[in-house]
Design a protein around this ligand. Structure first.
Ligand code: SF4
Ligand code: SF4
Length: 179
């Protein structure tokens, strides 16, 4: 096989003394310096913005913030989860455990409900897969992100805690509503 010789590009005089490159680098450093100065001061409230006085001051999370997963009810206070276990199946660290139960009466449009529903927050990685997989829009990642407990057992969020965190979300479809 014939050897192919690649010619090195010839540098101009300016490129060889690196002057332009050094100036470019310095300008970039100056730009970042003023950027940091601007960010260190809260111009709106006229005070330094270096340290947040937590817990008196807290972050204002956006609505799409991925905090802890929680269960929600519809506007009629009805539990939306139908215990299909999709979220349990899809959860990468296996943080969700569901104990499904069947409704005794058949006049209900829903067959099952979660008798127990637990999420181990020491396993949860806040990935949001459960929210994406849920066919009933029953589980959401809420803004709650400060989970502090002194007992490991408290990190297991049971159904009561999950509904307390999730609250009510308006359901526009009302799939299981009697027509
Ligand atoms: S957010 Fe991710 S890790 Fe946490 S319970 Fe949902 S699927 Fe599991
Ligand atoms: S939260 Fe959603 S995905 Fe999980 S069991 Fe209930 S209905 Fe199924």
């Amino acid at each position: 096989m014939k050897t192919r010789i690649v010619k090195r590009p010839q540098l101009s005089v300016g490129e060889r003394i690196y002057f332009a490159t050094v100036v470019k680098g310095l300008l970039l450093t100056i730009k970042h310096f003023f950027g940091v100065c601007r960010d260190l001061f809260d111009w709106k409230n006229k005070k330094t913005a270096i340290t947040m006085q937590y817990p008196e001051e807290r972050w204002d999370f956006k609505d799409n913030f991925r905090g802890a997963p929680a269960l929600v009810m519809d506007q009629f206070g009805r539990e939306k989860c139908v215990a299909c276990q999709m979220c349990e199946f899809v959860c990468p660290p296996k943080a969700i455990t569901i104990w499904p139960a069947e409704f005794a009466t058949k006049d209900n449009n829903v067959e099952k409900f979660p008798d127990r529903f637990e999420i181990d927050m020491l396993r949860c990685i806040y990935c949001g897969f459960c929210e994406e997989a849920c066919p009933e829009e029953a589980i959401f990642l809420v803004k709650e992100a400060e989970l502090v407990h002194t007992d490991k057992k408290d990190f297991i969020h049971d159904k009561g805690k999950l509904y307390e965190m999730g609250g009510i979300r308006e359901d526009r479809i009302l799939k299981w509503q009697h027509k």
